[in-house]
Write a protein that binds this ligand. Sequence first.
Ligand SMILES: Cc1cc2nc3c(=O)[nH]c(=O)nc-3n(C[C@H](O)[C@H](O)[C@H](O)COP(=O)(O)OP(=O)(O)OC[C@H]3O[C@@H](n4cnc5c(N)ncnc54)[C@H](O)[C@@H]3O)c2cc1C
Length: 387
Amino acid sequence: MDFSFSEDQKAIIEAVGRTCAGFGDAYWLKHDREGGFPHEFHKAMAAGGWLGIAMPEKYGGAGKGILEAALVMQTVAASGAGFSGASAIHMNIFGLHPVVVFGTAEQKARWLPPLIRGEHKACFAVTEPSTGLNTLKLKTFARFEGDRYVVNGQKVWISTAQVAHKVLLLARTAPAETSKPGEGLSLFYTDLDRSKISVREIEKMGRKAVDSNELFIDGLEIPLADRIGVEGQGFKYILHGMNPERILIAAEAVGLGEVALERAGKYAGERIVFDRPIGQNQGVQHPLAERWIELEAAELLVYRAAWKYDRGEPCGADANAAKFYAGEAGFRACETALLTHGGMGYAKEYHVERWFRESMIARIAPVSPQLILSFLAEKVLGLPKSY
Ligand SMILES: Cc1cc2nc3c(=O)[nH]c(=O)nc-3n(C[C@H](O)[C@H](O)[C@H](O)COP(=O)(O)OP(=O)(O)OC[C@H]3O[C@@H](n4cnc5c(N)ncnc54)[C@H](O)[C@@H]3O)c2cc1C
C-alpha cells in the first residue's frame, strides 16, 4: 500500500495552487456579495489545461484519472475559492463523462475540445421540481418528430444555466407506465437555446458566484445527432457518471474544510483573550483537532474511491461513503472554524461564514445523506431496499 503522491500528482497540486493564488479572498468575497460568474477564474483554469484533466488526450484533454481530477478540485476549494470556484468548473471537468464513455467519435470531436478550451460552458439538467430524488419519474418529455426531438418540461436547481452555452439534458422519451424500470429516459447534449428555454435564477443561501436556476422548456428542438447513445438508456449513462461526480464533490468538501480549519488555527494562535491565545485553551484546540481527524479520514475515503474507479473496480459504496463523510466533515470543519472566530466568525471579512454556507451544498447535492445511507444499507449491509 502506497499513500504517497506521485511526482506528477504533486506537480498538479502545486500548479493548480499557483493558478488559484491569482484569485484571492477579495475576489471570492466580491463574487459572493455581488454575484456574477467568475469568468476570469474559469478562463485561467482552462488556460492551465485543468478543465480537460480527465478528458481523452485525443480531444485536447490530459487523459488523467478521477484521482487527479479530485486533486484539482480539492486544491481549488482549499485555496479559499471554496464551492464558488469549484462549482464554476465542476461541470466542465466531470459533466461530459457520459459523452466520453458513450458518445460517438463525431460527438466527442464536436463537443469535447471547446469544453476543454473553456470556450463552451455546460450545465447539467436532471433535477425536476415535482420528482426530486426519484429520477426515474422525471416528466420532462422529448418527443421524436421526424428527424429531431421536441422537448417540453421543467427543471430546477440547474447550476450555471445563466452562462452556459450547452445543456446536458435527461428527459423522458417513453411514458413511465410503458417503460421497463430504468428505461424510458434519454440523454442529450445540445445548445441551450434561450428562445425555447427560459432561465430563472433561484436566490439562494450561498455560492452566489455560481447561479442555480429553474428552466422552463417550451418546444426545444434537439437534432438526433445530439442524443447520446441509445434512446431509453439515458438513466444508465447518468448512473455511470454518478460515482466520479460523488468523488469530486467529496474532494471539494474536503478542500473547503481544510481552508476553514487552516484559518481557524491561524486565528486561534493570534487572538489574545484572558492574556493568552484562545488556541491555548483545550476547549478551542480539541474541536479543531477532531475536525482535522475527520478531514483526514474523509480524504482517505475520497482517494480510495477514486483509485478504485480509475482501476475499473466497482466503487459505488466507496464513492457514496466518501461523499457522505466528506460532506459532513467539511460542514463540521466550517462550523468549528466559524465558532473559533467568535463574533468575527459572523463577519464576512474573515470568510469562514461564506465557507460555512457553501459547506451545505456538499451535503445536499447531488444526492442527500439519507439516500446515501439507504443505498449503503441495501447494497453493503444487505437490508431491504427502502426507497
Ligand atoms: C446549490 C445546488 C446546486 C445544484 N445543482 C444542480 C445541477 O446543476 N443540476 C441538477 O440536476 N440538480 C442540481 N441540484 C439539485 C440537487 O441534486 C437536488 O436538490 C438533490 O438531488 C435533492 O433533490 P430534491 O431537492 O428534489 O430533494 P427531495 O427529493 O425533495 O428530498 C427532500 C428531502 O427528503 C429526503 N427523502 C426523500 N425521499 C426519501 C426516502 N425515500 N428516504 C429518506 N429520505 C428521503 C431527502 O433525503 C431530502 O432530505 C442542485 C442543488 C443545489 C442545492
